[in-house]
Design a protein around this ligand. Sequence first.
Ligand code: CIR
Length: 254
Amino acid sequence: MRAIVRGIPSSYAKGLAEYFGTGPTDIEEARSQHKSYVAKLRELGVTVKEIEPHDSYPDCCFVEDHAVVAGDSALITNAGHDSRLGEKAAVQGALEGDLNLVLMEPEARMDGGDVLQFGNRFLVGNSTRTNKAGIQCLKDFVEARGFTMHVIQVPSNSLHLISICTSPIHGVLLAPEGWFTQSDFPSDTEVLWIPGEEAYAANVLPFGKDVMVAAGYPHTSRLLEDKDLTLHSMEMSQFRAADGSLTCLSVLYQ
Ligand code: CIR
C-alpha cells in the first residue's frame, strides 16, 4: 500500500469548519497529531510520500478530497469548495507516474470524502460538496473500470459521506444510528450501527485486521474489538476541529 499525505500549513487555523468542528485551535498539536498519523501508516506497512504544505491553502492536509482511486487509476476531482480548488495540483503531481490520472470536467465538483470503495461498488454521497455532474463523472470513471456506483444522500449535518460511514471489515459498513437508515445502503449490505453521538467515530481506516480509529469513542471501539480487530487509537482533536477525519489525511493506493 502507498499513501500521499500533506503536512499542516501555518494558515491551518483558517481551515473550513462548519460540521464537527469550530476551527483548529493549536497548530503545534495539529502537527504533532499529523506526525503520529504518518508514523502509524508507516508502522502498518504503508509507503508514504509527503507533500509540502502551502500557506495559501489552510485545508491542504485533507488530500483525500482531490483524488478517487480505482485500481491503477485515479480521478482527480474539482473540490466542492472554491477555496480548495488550488490544492489539487500538488496531489495530482504526486500521483503522476504512479497511477493513470483522469481529470474531471470543469463543471463537475466533488470531494473525495464523498466516495467510498466498497468491494466492487463505489458509494458516493450527494452532499453540498459533490454535484450531479461530479457524480456522473465518477459513474463514467468507475463503470469504465468494471465497478458499479450507488448514490447516498448525505445528511445535512455532515460534511461528507465518509465523515460518517466507512468499512472496517470487508463487506461491512460502520454507520451512526439516526444519521442513516438501512435503506440508504445497497440492499445486501451488513451495517454495524454505532450510537449517533459517536458519529465521528464511523470514519475508520482499515489495513486488514489493523484498524486506525479516532480516540475517545468507547462504544465504537468496543464494538470493533468484539469483531477481533486490532485497534490503533489516534488523537484527532485538531482534525475534528476542521471537520477532518482519519481517511481525509491520505490518498491510498496499491
Ligand atoms: C473542508 O471543509 O473542506 C475541510 N475543513 C475538511 C475536509 C475533510 N475532508 C474529508 O472529510 N475528506
